[in-house]
Design a protein around this ligand. Sequence first.
Ligand code: SF4
Length: 455
Amino acid sequence: MTPMTAESESPDGPVSAGTGRQVRLSLTRRPARPARHLADLSRDERREVAVSLGQPAFRADQVSRHYFVRLVDADETDAMTDLPEDARGPLLEALLPRLLVPARTLSCDDGLTRKTAWRTADGALLESVIMRYPDRATVCVSSQAGCGMGCPFCATGQGGLTRNLSTAEIVEQVVHAARVLRRQELAGGAGRLSNVVFMGMGEPLANYTAVTAAVRRLISPPPEGLGLSARGLTVSTVGLVPAMRRLAGEGLPVTLAVSLHAPDDELRDELVPVNTRWPVAEVLAAAWEYAEVTGRRVSIEYALIDGVNDDVARADALATLLTGRLAHVNLIPLNPTEGSSWQASAPAGQRAFVRRLRERGIATTVRDTRGREIAAACGQLAAEPAGRAGRAGRAESARPVESAEPVTSAEPVTSGVPVTSGKPVSSGESVESGKPVEAAGAVSGSPVHGSRVLR
Ligand code: SF4
């Protein structure tokens, strides 16, 4: 085993990760507005920018094609030979500023999963995770730096909200993933990005405008956008009912994933604090409206927590809520987070829960635990290079693969914080049969929460 070293920092300097306590990297610095980027703008707006620089409008399309079609990185100006040399600098400065700098990259699952911690220009931290499967490739992206929803099982929620991400900061995570796959930087040979799940850090619908704009940018054909299929996109929510209803009216055929985690308000109030504002019945009513309007099956996300929400009575209650609905249950054995005494359900408990749902006719899958060794799994993303990596001392396969632009203010620490909670379940195995099952997102075509969070 190769223990990983890790970096952690705060605006005031390094933060020890060896205390066994959550190391929070939400920065106290006042958020700055991210630089304008072409992904923030419509095609017409980009063309106006080009004209304002004394260039023909089509120059904006050229830059857009470099970004969305050729997947050129902002630094690779030499590749943009169709842009006149004297115009290149001003155009790229105006349309293609570097928004995210990789602070740390880790891989696991034999190189099929890669997590990148990003730093924004104002120092906020976020994470994205790329997961390669035999039939698809998925990126799990963050919509906020941190999260203000406070779900107690979630590493992101324990760190609080730093700020919303801009449209382009979200899109850039996706374009980066497409670039990594095209350049075969991930194991598994040449690949194409097929799925995007908004399940990284943050509550996507709490950053509604930027998220929906990012969705449009991702599905618009080039040069407007990346040209992905909307059916490959999944937007998750803990249940912000007004925003769910608004999303239904957007005409975006993306999959909606509702992080339910409990069928009853008493328990859900504890697991998902926003439930006190919008209880289970209201959340599901909005979900069914979404299914009706879009024709898309809603994914019900349910973290199985040992002795908390995994009893058969709750499986029954969940089945009652979902019977006859256009829904699919995606069960997630709880991934460990530091400082939490909650554990994943034991395999027998998982089997019983799955069995009861299926007996009641509810389509159910169990998400695999991709990325758990590098704290890239559901509920583990916290943009905490030190704390996360230190934990991976138990992960034989986890290893740093690159450290582009190392964080200069960080000092390496070796936390070695043991994982005291969570009983790992064999990745990609059915708890019933031991045979591989399609990773979570079987329905939505995404491995879903493969990265982040229990949502
Ligand atoms: S589970 Fe999702 S909504 Fe809840 S704290 Fe974590 S990131 Fe936020």
